[in-house]
Design a binder for this molecule. Structure first.
Ligand SMILES: O=c1ccn([C@H]2C[C@H](O)[C@@H](CO)O2)c(=O)[nH]1
Ligand SMILES: [Zn+2]
Length: 152
């Protein structure tokens, strides 16, 4: 419980408490955009840039399972194709479980790594935002293989 609450986490740098609340509620809200008839596991994502622009994503599945895409990568492709390649402030995700905070899959961690600094905060929420785990990308993907040699 302690780990999943704000304890051990610090507010992502550059965010006011109000902006953090908004980030969390947008990640929760984004679940409504999910197309997940196969898993019935809606996931929402809010990617916030340093200019506080928010890109929402949700998982979009396919009858051919590998054709599905996670919420995180949906938000990422929206941000990148809107010109936001290198100015990310943080990324937040939520599924429906009230007990457990969702954590990003390996492919999404690597996709985040393509564009973000290893210090990017990743905010992992439970289903109503009452629990939260915040870790840097580096903590989620140690010794990462990224596009800039020598940065892990
Ligand atoms: O961090 C995650 C984990 C899972 N999913 C999606 C993929 C699939 O559509 C469904 C079940 O795994 O949840 C995400 O979008 N993000
Ligand atoms: Zn993923």
């Amino acid at each position: 419980m302690a780990l999943d609450n704000m304890e051990g986490n610090s507010l992502p740098a550059g965010l006011t408490p109000e902006e953090f609340q908004s980030l969390k509620s947008q990640a929760l809200e984004a679940r409504k955009l999910s197309y997940s008839p196969y898993s019935k596991f809606p996931v929402g994502c809010c990617l916030m840039t340093k200019s506080k622009d928010c890109f929402l994503g949700a998982n979009v599945e396919n009858v051919s399972t590998p054709g599905g895409i996670c919420a995180e990568r949906t938000a990422i492709v929206k941000a990148v194709t809107s010109g936001h390649l290198s100015d990310w402030l943080c990324i937040a995700i939520s599924a429906e479980s009230l007990e457990t905070c969702i954590t990003p899959c390996g492919i999404c961690r690597q996709t985040i790594r393509e564009f973000a600094d290893p210090q990017l905060p990743v905010v992992m929420l439970n289903g109503d935002g009452s629990k939260c785990i915040i870790r840097t990308l580096q903590e989620l993907l140690p010794l990462s293989f990224g596009p800039t040699p020598g940065t892990f």
